[in-house]
Design a protein around this ligand. Structure first.
Ligand SMILES: Cc1cc2nc3c(=O)[nH]c(=O)nc-3n(C[C@H](O)[C@H](O)[C@H](O)COP(=O)(O)OP(=O)(O)OC[C@H]3O[C@@H](n4cnc5c(N)ncnc54)[C@H](O)[C@@H]3O)c2cc1C
Length: 386
């Protein structure tokens, strides 16, 4: 009886309904389709790719509408997996910070210190310099603690305090140490923003890569659709949800705070605007950073397109705000999510974590592995009764 019930349902509908066509949803759709499952992805936006979506603007320049997305990973598994769907263009991201009238390398390195203070220290001497200006903190808890403990208050004020206050709307002393712990300090002259083993951009852009992932005949994609409007019309055995977890539960414990951004896209009639992909503006304007896409994509064009980022509390949920009380609130939602049968929560918004693209791909591949018993047809009691 169980067999004929599930077979009928499958004839009429889908094995999996996936909410969201970003990295989390698309990787799972591709993996599930590859083992013969029928998948429908429902996406609220008018395009696939989630926040990594890219497109050509009116001037014909490839831009990232949701801010610059630089791919980097130490995971061979993630890189090999994505390489099935795209060729790559090697790219190492570099960032300068506009401080005291100069554009200086960030993460802070030997050149940053020498140029800022007019010194000519060696790598060994700058280590001593950091030690001499550091303000030791007994227990590193906040984002401020991380930086002053390592490089002292002047570098903290010039490079981190203003930027973090703009980005998060909070002083670094009110934010979890994880935010600034992501940015290293170097004694070498290495000015790469990331040091991962694999640093490259999809040669023809992210959207082409997503198109290739979702091209499997077992995958249907519905754009411009909120899953709530169609869930009852699309019979499915299992739901995979990659949207915000608090929305899924109708905010039953209250809203999880997110930080958002307004993006101002500009095209200029000149070949190049700034020397590197991104220039940070910690103290001198209301935007946090300016990115110039041609550095990142390698495109040649007589004009250039930039994006300015203005942080805001309202708007699309982009960054989970890492504070202990928010982690506590998330745990309540996560407990309810764990207790659900037939629903899986994956991705940056569904797990309320600041994940880079490669981490979301890794999480989705891991989730696929965890679904294997179900894929093999082994069903729990509760699932049989759904
Ligand atoms: C400004 C910015 C810059 C970033 N830069 C980098 C970078 O340089 N490098 C890097 O590795 N990572 C970067 N990231 C992180 C990267 O964007 C994420 O890791 C990745 O996009 C997360 O994928 P996801 O599938 O979890 O979520 P998303 O890409 O957000 O996809 C979730 C999808 O679900 C859809 N959805 C939500 N609710 C519903 C609903 N009710 N019905 C239907 N659809 C719904 C949304 O529309 C969305 O498309 C950046 C993020 C931001 C915000």
């Amino acid at each position: 009886m169980t067999d004929s019930f599930s077979t009928n349902r499958k004839k009429q509908g889908f094995d999996y309904l996936i909410v969201g066509a970003g990295f989390a949803g698309s990787v799972l759709a591709e993996r599930l389709a590859s083992v013969g499952k029928r998948v429908v992805i429902v996406e609220r936006r008018p395009h696939i790719g989630g926040n990594a979506y890219d497109r050509y603007d009116e001037a014909g320049i490839l831009i990232h509408p949701y801010g610059p997305h630089i791919f980097h990973t130490n995971s061979r598994q993630v890189f090999d997996y994505l390489s099935q769907f795209t060729a790559w263009r090697p790219y190492e991201h570099r960032v300068l910070a506009n401080v005291d009238g100069q554009k200086l390398p960030i993460p802070i390195n030997l050149d940053t210190v020498n140029r800022l203070y007019g010194l000519s220290l060696t790598a060994a001497q700058v280590e001593d310099y950091f030690a001499s200006v550091a303000e030791p903190v007994e227990q590193v808890r906040t984002s401020e603690d991380v930086i002053v403990n390592r490089v002292g208050r002047d570098l903290y004020n010039k490079f981190f305090r203003g930027y973090t206050r703009k980005q998060w709307g909070l002083d670094p002393s009110e934010l979890d140490s994880s935010v600034t712990a992501r940015v290293p300090t170097r004694t070498s002259r290495d000015d790469r923003y990331f040091t991962d083993t694999y640093q490259a951009m999809p040669r023809h852009g992210y959207t082409r890569m997503f198109e290739s992932m979702l091209a499997h005949p077992n995958i249907s994609v519905m754009l411009n659709t909120d899953y709530r409007d169609v869930i009852d019309l699309l019979p499915h055995d299992h739901l995979i949800y990659t949207g915000p977890i608090d929305t899924f539960f109708d905010f039953r414990y209250g809203r999880l705070p997110y930080r958002s951004l307004n993006f101002e896209h500009v095209t200029l009639p000149q070949e190049q605007f700034q020397p590197v992909g991104t220039v940070n503006h910690p103290n001198d304007s209301t935007f946090t950073r300016v990115s110039e896409f041609k550095h990142i994509t390698g495109q040649t064009h007589a004009q250039t397109s930039l994006v300015y980022e203005y942080p805001t509390a309202e708007g699309d949920p982009y960054y989970p705000v890492p504070r202990p009380e928010n982690a506590e609130l998330y745990r309540k939602y996560a407990a309810d999510a764990d207790a659900m049968q037939g629903v899986t929560f994956v991705g940056r918004l569904a797990t309320y974590k600041y994940y880079n693209m490669d981490q979301v791909v890794a999480q989705a591949l891991m989730t696929f592995k965890q679904l294997e018993p179900e894929l093999a047809g082994v069903r729990t009691e509760a699932e049989v009764q759904v």
